[in-house]
Design a protein around this ligand. Sequence first.
Ligand code: PNS
Length: 158
Amino acid sequence: MRTAVYPGSFDPITNGHLDVIERASRVCDKIVVGVLNNTSKTPLFTAEERVEMIRSVTGHLENVEVDSFTGLLVDFAAAKRAKVIIKGLRTVTDFEYEFQMALLNKALNPEFETMFMMTNSKYSYISSSMVKELAGFKGDLTGLVPCEIIEAIKEKYK
Ligand code: PNS
């Protein structure tokens, strides 16, 4: 079985992330969305909240599992028996960082392949940090994040 891990902070998940998950789920047998539980950063949503939000918007995809992880991505991928790491690429500014991460992960464990999916052009300008900034100014999040999670984001900025 071809299992892939799609890792990220997902604070919160955007329509760009969801688009990558949906497309990846069509080309892999199983996708494990890995939510980084980074104790050194203070996220808007806890890892549990982020996992629940992603589960609620990927319920229609039978081959998608969502879990959180701490520590190294390659260890999480190994624990999930995945050999492929999926990353989304939006613009050239993503490339340098992603290239470095892919090479570092390859050096840590050569068994893993990082595969990049170009973000749908509709979503190439969306990032979780932009969503948070907009939400902080009470901007309209329609079309940027799945509609099911808009209220949860607004709630954080009340
Ligand atoms: O959505 P993000 O914040 O761009 O995702 C970054 C993520 C989670 C993919 C990356 O930070 C990561 O893999 N972190 C886990 C720690 C790790 O393995 N780092 C690389 C070697 S130091």
